[in-house]
Design a protein around this ligand. Structure first.
Ligand SMILES: NC(=O)C1=CN([C@@H]2O[C@H](COP(=O)(O)OP(=O)(O)OC[C@H]3O[C@@H](n4cnc5c(N)ncnc54)[C@H](O)[C@@H]3O)[C@@H](O)[C@H]2O)C=CC1
Ligand SMILES: O=C1O[C@H](COP(=O)(O)O)[C@@H](O)[C@H](O)[C@H]1O
Length: 257
C-alpha cells in the first residue's frame, strides 16, 4: 500500500536515488534547506531540520519519515555535525513522536563502524575471498567525528523506539554511486550501493514492519565485509546489483535473475 512519506534531505544524492526509483510509489512530501532545482513529486518544504516548529508542521499526516538531511562529509567538523547531524536528528525524532508518525528510517553510515577496518584486516577484508563480516550487532567504532554523529543518530533512534514506541531502522549506507561502482577503489567496490538497490532498500524500509533495526545498505557485491542478512530477514531486501559485474565503467555481466 502507498504510504505518506516525508523525505528530509530530498535535494541530495540519496534523495535523488530514492525518488528516481519510487516517485510514483508513495505520496511524497519533500524537505530540504535548499529549494528544488528539478521537477519533483509532491509538495516541497524548504526548512532546516533544526527548526522544530517547521519540522513538526511538515510531519502532519505523515506515516513514515526517511531522514537523510545532514552533513555527509566524512571530514566534517564537529560544529557542523553537532548542529546538523545530532541536534537536527534529535529534532526529527522528537517531531515524529509528537506528530504520531509510525516509522522513521535513519540514514546512518559506514563511517559509524569505519574503525573495524584495521591495518591488520585491510586490504584483505575488501576482497571476495575474505569471510570477515560486520552484521549490525557490533558496537559502533567510528572513523571520524561524522561517524560519531551517525552513531549518535542510531542511539537516538534506539531511545525513541524504547521510550516512545517508534519503529526505527538505521541504514548504514555504504558508497552510493550512480551507474557503476567506484573505480580503482576496493573499499568503495566492497560497499557499493547502486541507485536501483538504494531505491528498493528504502522502499522495503517504508513497507516492512519492524521494531528497531540496524542494517547495512550495500548491493550484493562479491567483495563485501558487511552482512546483508539482517536487511534480508527484517526488511525482505533483495538487491540486484554487484560491483563484480563491472569492469571499470562498463557492465560485463548481467544482473543475476
Ligand atoms: N551518499 C552516500 O554514499 C552516503 C550517504 N549517507 C548519508 O545519507 C544522507 C544523504 O547523503 P547524500 O545525499 O549523499 O548527501 P547530500 O549532501 O547530497 O544531501 C544532503 C541534503 O541534506 C540537506 N541538508 C543538510 N543539512 C540540512 C539541514 N540542517 N536542514 C535541512 N536540510 C539539510 C542538504 O541541503 C542536501 O540537499 C546523509 O545523512 C549522509 O550522511 C551515508 C552513507 C553514504
Ligand atoms: O557516509 C558516507 O560514506 C560515503 C562513502 O565513504 P568514503 O569514505 O568511501 O567516501 C561517502 O562517499 C559519503 O559522502 C558519506 O556521506
Amino acid at each position: 500500500m502507498a504510504q505518506s512519506v516525508l523525505l528530509t534531505g530530498a535535494a541530495g544524492r540519496v534523495g535523488s536515488a530514492i525518488l528516481d526509483g519510487l516517485a510514483d510509489d508513495h505520496e511524497w512530501r519533500l524537505l530540504d534547506r535548499d529549494p528544488p532545482t528539478d521537477d519533483h513529486p509532491g509538495e516541497f518544504v524548504v526548512a532546516d531540520i533544526t527548526d522544530g516548529e517547521a519540522i513538526r508542521e511538515a510531519m502532519d499526516g505523515i506515516d513514515v519519515v526517511i531522514h537523510l538531511a545532514g552533513d555527509p562529509r566524512p571530514e566534517a567538523p564537529w560544529d557542523s555535525v553537532l548542529t546538523n547531524n545530532i541536534d537536527g536528528t534529535q529534532t526529527v525524532f522528537e517531531a515524529a513522536v509528537d506528530a504520531g508518525v509510525e516509522q522513521v528510517v535513519f540514514a546512518s553510515s559506514n563511517h559509524a563502524v569505519g574503525n573495524y577496518e584495521t591495518d591488520e584486516r585491510t586490504p584483505g577484508m575488501y576482497r571476495p575471498e575474505d569471510a570477515y563480516r560486520l552484521d549490525g550487532s557490533e558496537l559502533p567504532r567510528p572513523s571520524n567525528l561524522y561517524g560519531v554523529s551517525k552513531a549518535a543518530g542510531e542511539t537516538l533512534g534506539r531511545y525513541y523506539h524504547d521510550e516512545h514506541d517508534l519503529s526505527v531502522v538505521c541504514v548504514r549506507i555504504g558508497n552510493l554511486t550512480q551507474g557503476h561502482p567506484p573505480i580503482d577503489y576496493e573499499r568503495g567496490q566492497a560497499m557499493w550501493l547502486s541507485y536501483r538497490d538504494c531505491a528498493h532498500l528504502f522502499d522495503r524500509c517504508i513497507r516492512a514492519d519492524y521494531e528497531y533495526e540496524i542494517v547495512y545498505g550495500i548491493s550484493d557485491n562479491d567483495r563485501k565485509y558487511y552482512s546483508l542478512e539482517r536487511a534480508r530477514d527484517a526488511l525482505d531486501y533483495d538487491p540486484q546489483d554487484n560491483s563484480a559485474h563491472y569492469d571499470g565503467e562498463d557492465q560485463v555481466a548481467e544482473p543475476d535473475a
